[in-house]
Design a protein around this ligand. Structure first.
Ligand SMILES: [Zn+2]
Length: 139
């Protein structure tokens, strides 16, 4: 991690409430440090500045990779991915009743669920356990 990014990490962690900006996985539950992700990828000119950084889990970061937009599976229209810095999670997503599946509520939400594979088998399996111990979904 670059020193400039390392220096910003505590600020980002507080802003992100120590959760992945996309799937809401809590650092304390997963036991794996969240990564600092570039909202606009560096390859597309994204800077190492606070406004372009947020926290994400490794699965979301890898799945997002260089993507900034994806098709809304409901309409096929290409839309920007959810931006955890400028958009509110609860406007674009909701949890299924049992707390294990992320539902996309808007084109941005649906495209992000699809592009980042937010409900992969592994993720849902972990959420089932987190729900059982009363640590999920996060408030
Ligand atoms: Zn995530």
């Amino acid at each position: 991690m670059k020193p400039a990014i390392r220096k910003l990490r505590p600020t980002l962690a507080v802003a992100a409430n120590h959760r992945c900006g996309y799937c809401q996985t809590q650092e304390v539950v997963s036991g794996i440090p969240l990564t600092v992700e570039h909202l606009l990828p560096r390859a597309q000119g994204g800077k190492d500045e606070e406004e372009n950084l947020w926290l994400s889990c490794r699965l979301c970061n890898e799945a997002k990779s260089g993507q900034t937009q994806a098709p809304d599976p409901q309409t096929g229209q290409i839309v920007p991915l959810f931006n955890p810095r400028t958009q509110q999670w609860s406007v674009h997503f909701a949890w299924s009743e049992d707390g294990t599946i992320i539902l996309g509520l808007t084109p941005h939400g649906r495209a992000t669920v699809y592009a980042l594979d937010l409900n992969s088998e592994f993720r849902v399996r972990s959420r089932v356990l987190w729900v059982e111990i009363g640590k999920h979904p996060p408030d």
